[in-house]
Write a protein that binds this ligand. Structure first.
Ligand code: DGL
Length: 274
């Protein structure tokens, strides 16, 4: 039987479209409903309470769309508020990007020395370190906040010399620490993958959580007998604010064209739900 209910995906903004890109590759028959909270983005420097409140609101909205699963594309939300999403989602599965990233890193690292880069909130929560050590306590994890990388990517500076210098500044410490695996713990970093490989000089394995998340999502739906056998309808994109930059940024993250986007006022939507 084909389960044609959509998969709900959300992020603090547009970076989560890197996860949509991977989901589309791994699950071409699935219809996706994406919400980017562009009005309140970035979440990376915000308080835990704020991130938890936003995550609960967005999950309530997605549940109203009759989704069969929620993929939390945002590392910051996955690190800080996954439990809130699980609570609001009730009995549908919830998959954040942190878990798949942890499992992939552990599987890949030979020396059991793993580096993780992410936003300040992700690193402060220690979610990757805790997640990896819960799987194997012998692993040493070095987590590093890289707050300047998000704005550099959003300004279209991925290929710029300035970004390469920033990466050297951030990553040198991890290299000195002797990590053999580096987790890209932020939606934006897969877009810097080439530059990161260059700075690391090919000595370190790089884990893109988005790619692994898409594979785990497929596994979960398969195990539950909830895969769509054929696609019914187009993906739907919602944003809480449409800036002038929207189309340019969306196409960078999605690595393709976004069909159409609907701007929503989340508070109005939630009032209607109540
Ligand atoms: N989406 C966020 C993450 O993956 C990065 C942008 C933000 O700070 O909101 O952590």
């Amino acid at each position: 039987m084909s389960d044609t209910r959509p998969i709900g995906v959300f992020d603090s903004g547009l970076g989560g479209l890197t996860v949509v890109h991977e989901l589309r590759e791994a699950l071409p028959n699935e219809r996706l409903i994406y919400l980017g909270d562009t009005l309140r983005c970035p979440y990376g420097g915000r308080s835990i309470d704020a991130i938890r409140t936003f995550s609960r609101e967005i999950t309530t909205f997605l549940m109203k769309q009759n989704v069969k699963m929620i993929v939390v594309a945002c590392n910051t939300v996955s690190a800080v508020a996954l439990q809130d999403v699980i609570e609001v989602a009730g009995n549908i599965p919830v998959l954040g990007v942190v878990g798949p990233g942890c499992r992939a890193a552990l599987h890949t690292s030979v020396d059991k020395r793993i580096g993780v880069i992410g936003t300040k909130a992700t690193v402060r929560a220690g979610a990757y370190g805790n997640g990896i050590r819960a799987l194997d306590e012998r692993v040493t994890v070095y987590e590093k906040a890289c707050p300047l990388l998000v704005p550099l990517v959003e300004e279209g500076f991925a290929e710029n010399k300035v970004t390469e210098l920033m990466l050297e500044e951030y990553l040198d410490e991890l290299v000195d620490f002797g990590v053999d695996t580096l987790v890209l713990g932020c939606t934006h970093y897969p877009l810097l993958s080439k530059q990161i490989h260059r700075v690391l000089g090919g000595r370190i394995e790089v884990i893109d959580s988005a790619w692994w998340t898409a594979r785990e999502a497929k596994q979960i739906l398969g195990d539950r007998g909830e895969l769509a056998v054929e696609r019914e309808g187009n993906d739907r994109f919602y944003a809480t604010d449409m800036t002038e930059e929207f189309t340019r940024l969306a196409s960078i993250f999605l690595r393709g064209q976004m069909d159409s986007v609907v701007e929503i006022d989340l508070h109005n939507e939630l009032t209607e739900i109540q």
